[in-house]
Design a protein around this ligand. Structure first.
Ligand code: NDP
Length: 320
């Protein structure tokens, strides 16, 4: 495992990390989550991603109980959480980044995670109904309080990130240091084009999500929809059409041929491709079973196989 700086921040994150969206609570109970996290940690993963909203807090509860059981040195790993959607229905408890919500949400997350602090906190989406200045001050205050160490954004536009950064800079506050964007072979423009000036000007780091496009880029949907896969899960109907989009499947079939010519699983090809981008600080993996964690970590060995010719073939396979 290699470690990359989180943008301009001093924190070093493993280039592959592990997240808990969908799986914790729905597919993984405490024991399976512990097996997956242990497999990742033993391979050098030092960052575990979470969010308040995942399984309405249950994902944090599961991760907290795993961390307590395994007893790893707290300084050897980083944990994140994210705020926006909330887990309660009150007017100041959901779909907001207002100060009241944020200052209370962090306490709920820490209690569920059984931690004194989290390493990274993210504003999970932008909130058009709260002044950015209010959010920036609240995130700064959480960091100042020691309940979190770094803060950032998820799926904010480049303009929104720059505005937040400039407010923090002007008032000498803790600045947003990282963004968590979707990034994979079929979804690349924002990370590659829109954010490009932010890497240069602000030293933005990225913790990227869904490297396998929810499983589509493993090739498992190329011929049929496997029973028990994400596309079949209750509550995931909204995602099913994008996983099974015929244009995506067609590209996945072409990618499968490239992977097979290289002699590697397609999942490893797709993850290794994300790692080739130096602006990616860490690729957050998702897995519903331990064998997937092992297979996906194998992507590290595939990076050197992605020569310029292979990268060009991949681009051609993914072209519209
Ligand atoms: P992926 O796109 O990699 O999808 C992971 C899913 O694909 C697994 O749960 C599994 O689903 C399937 N899969 C994984 N590996 C394999 C394999 N080798 N063979 C076959 N199937 C496989 O990542 P996620 O969408 O899970 O995102 C990763 C993390 O990113 C999340 O856990 C979360 O922490 C973060 N995230 C952040 C978001 C944000 O808004 N900030 C949004 C989404 C994710 P199954 O077996 O059920 O088919």
């Amino acid at each position: 495992m290699q470690y990359r700086r989180l943008g301009r921040a001093g924190l070093k994150v493993s280039e592959l990390s592990f997240g808990s969206w969908v799986t914790y609570g729905k597919q993984l109970n405490d024991d399976l989550a512990r097996e997956c996290m242990t497999a990742a940690y033993e391979a050098g993963v030092n960052f575990f991603d979470n969010a308040e909203v995942y399984a309405r807090g249950q994902s944090e509860t599961i991760m907290g109980s795993v961390l307590k059981k395994v007893g790893w040195r707290r300084s050897s790993y980083a944990v994140s959480t994210k705020f926006f959607w909330g887990i309660n229905k009150g007017v100041n408890e959901q779909n907001t980044l207002n100060r009241k919500y944020l200052m209370q949400a962090i306490d709920g997350s820490l209690a569920r995670l059984q931690l004194d602090f989290v390493d990274l906190i993210f504003c999970h989406r932008p909130d058009p109904e709260t002044p950015v200045e209010e959010t920036v001050w609240a995130m700064h205050d959480i960091v100042r309080s020691g309940k979190a160490l770094y803060w950032g954004t998820s799926e904010w536009s480049a303009d929104e990130i720059r505005t937040a950064w400039e407010i923090a800079d002007k008032h000498h506050l803790h600045k947003p240091v990282m963004e968590q964007p979707q990034y994979h072979l079929l979804h690349r423009n924002r990370v590659e084009q829109e954010y490009a000036p932010l890497y240069r000007d602000l030293g933005l780091g990225t913790t990227t999500w869904s490297p396998l496009a929810s499983g589509l880029l493993t090739g498992k949907y190329n011929d049929a929809v496997p029973e028990g896969s994400r596309a079949t899960l209750a509550g995931m109907e909204w995602l099913r059409s994008s996983i099974l989009d015929p244009r995506g499947i067609e590209k996945a079939r072409k990618l499968a041929k490239i992977a097979s010519d290289l002699g590697v699983p397609m999942a490893q090809l797709a993850i290794a491709w994300c790692l080739k981008n130096p602006h990616v600080s860490t690729v957050i993996l998702g897995a519903s079973r331990v064998s997937q964690v092992h297979e996906n970590l194998g992507a590290l060995a595939v990076v050197p196989k992605l020569t310029a010719d292979v990268m060009a073939a991949i681009d051609a396979a993914c072209a519209d």
